[in-house]
Ligand binder design. Structure first.
Ligand SMILES: [Zn+2]
Length: 159
């Protein structure tokens, strides 16, 4: 085996010469170095992409978050009244005292944060009942939802 290897290397040297082998080794080394640098660069790019995405997601989460204090402020400002269908705590209480407590009201971003709306500016916040809020999800406006809904009760402001 060793003899065979010696013979083979002697033949290679014979064909390429020492200089040829050195060039070949240098090329191989260069190629390995190149591949290594390339993979490092690709990894860094990948890592940076992930970091950027995480930062964006975190920013979105924070912008979407409405503090409980702000939520209370918006509920009071809108008088515990859905800004689309007009159902309110007072309206339900007028039927039976305490009935209004069963009305599930939510604070909605008028222009969704995803579409560039402000997350914590009170001008972009409104009170909606849960039914209207589910219908508004996505890109719809209050007017779009108002056209769609018919809850069987008519509580619109302009009545
Ligand atoms: Zn409603």
């Amino acid at each position: 085996m060793i003899r065979y290897m010696k013979k083979l290397s002697a033949e290679i040297i014979g064909v390429l010469g020492y200089r040829g082998i050195m060039i070949l080794l240098a090329l191989l080394l260069f190629f390995l170095l190149f591949a290594w640098i390339k993979s490092r660069l690709r990894y860094r790019k990948y890592k940076r992409g992930i970091d950027k995405k995480e930062a964006e997601q975190r920013a979105t989460r924070e912008r979407r978050y409405v503090t409980s204090k702000m939520k209370e402020h918006i509920l009071e400002r809108d008088n515990y009244t859905c800004q689309i269908c007009g159902i309110s705590r007072d309206f339900l209480n007028s039927y039976a005292e305490g009935l209004g407590d069963y009305l599930l009201l939510e604070v909605d971003h008028i222009v969704p944060v995803k579409q560039g709306g402000s997350g914590d500016d009170e001008d972009n916040l409104q009170v909606l009942c849960w039914r209207c809020n589910r219908k508004k999800s996505g890109t719809k406006t209050n007017e779009d939802v108002a056209e769609q809904i018919d809850y069987g009760i008519h509580l619109f402001f302009d009545e």
